[in-house]
Design a protein around this ligand. Structure first.
Ligand code: 4AZ
Length: 278
């Protein structure tokens, strides 16, 4: 089945139903071998810059209202995917979502303790974002209060060796672990590789699912499939050599050979925003 990136997110009730039916917590047997897709459990302290985007009003309280990922690049600045703030996802413009928050430093979404929840004071969605091609899929959130200084990750500037094809990278999130709507309660990570642009250009030449643009996007996963981001991971970090290189954005399905994950290229986000230094 071909699955567009925003489908599950656009139907929050599907997410809520899947959660109560499946309970794929880190203690469950299902979670042991399949995770983000093909991943493993991590503690939030190992990636303190990975945040959950949350609205309990919109997505229900079971998993603290988590619906997307994000990454702290400044104490009060979080990057996420533009499609996470689509009106189809949020039911209206982001400023109408009264309880839009980021949750930082919390591994298990079922626990009300650990880490902190910080209100989003302002949202800026890239005006060039195009939901048809998936171009420009990033947004900037400004927090009402700063996160601890050690919760911030540095961004890899253009030309950083962290972007090198073949390099190891890790993606983090609370997204679907199977591609069938199984949302874990605890944070996961998957080890992937930066793949040649040609693989994504071949996989996504420009049909209804999106167009791979090597300048602004980054191709990652495993050529043989198996490890990948999935629904609910969007906006979260792809990290290589300790620096942020990508934001989870889109793809067809999850973990399938021949359909790698597509990420926003962080160096291009920086260029667009006029951020010259990490
Ligand atoms: C999503 O909807 C999503 N396999 C993110 C990444 C991929 C697919 C879907 C890539 O958040």
């Amino acid at each position: 089945m071909r699955r567009r990136f925003a489908r599950a997110l656009a139907r929050p009730l599907v997410v809520a139903a899947a959660v109560s039916a499946l309970s794929v917590g880190s203690s469950g047997p299902v979670a042991a071998d399949r995770v983000v897709i093909g991943g493993f459990p991590v503690d939030a302290s190992e990636s303190p810059w990975t945040v959950a985007l949350s609205s309990r009003d919109r997505f229900g309280g079971t998993r603290a209202g988590q619906f997307c990922g994000g990454v702290a690049v400044g104490r009060s600045t979080v990057l996420t995917a533009a499609h996470c703030l689509d009106k189809e996802v949020l039911g209206g413009p982001p400023e109408r979502v009264r309880d839009l928050r980021v949750i930082s430093g919390r591994t298990d979404l079922l626990s009300d303790r650990g880490g902190q929840e910080v209100a989003v004071r302002d949202t800026w969605v890239n005006p060039a974002y195009d939901g048809a091609s998936n171009a420009g899929d990033f947004a900037v959130l400004t927090l009402a209060e700063p996160l601890p200084a050690d919760s911030v990750i540095g961004m890899a500037v253009g030309g950083d060796p962290a972007y090198a094809v073949g390099g190891a990278a890790t993606v983090y999130g609370w997204g679907d672990v199977s591609g069938a709507g199984e949302y874990p309660n605890s944070l996961r990570a998957a080890r992937v590789h930066v793949l040649p642009d040609a693989l994504c250009e071949e996989a996504y030449p420009g049909d209804a699912d999106g167009v791979y643009d090597a300048r602004s996007m980054l191709c990652a996963g495993e050529a043989t499939g198996g490890r990948d981001a999935c629904q609910g991971d969007s906006g979260g970090p792809l990290v290589a050599q300790g620096r942020l290189i990508g934001l989870v954005s889109w793809g067809i399905g999850c973990g399938r050979a021949g359909s790698p994950g597509v990420y926003m290229r962080v160096s291009d986000i920086m260029r667009t925003l006029g951020w010259t230094r990490a």
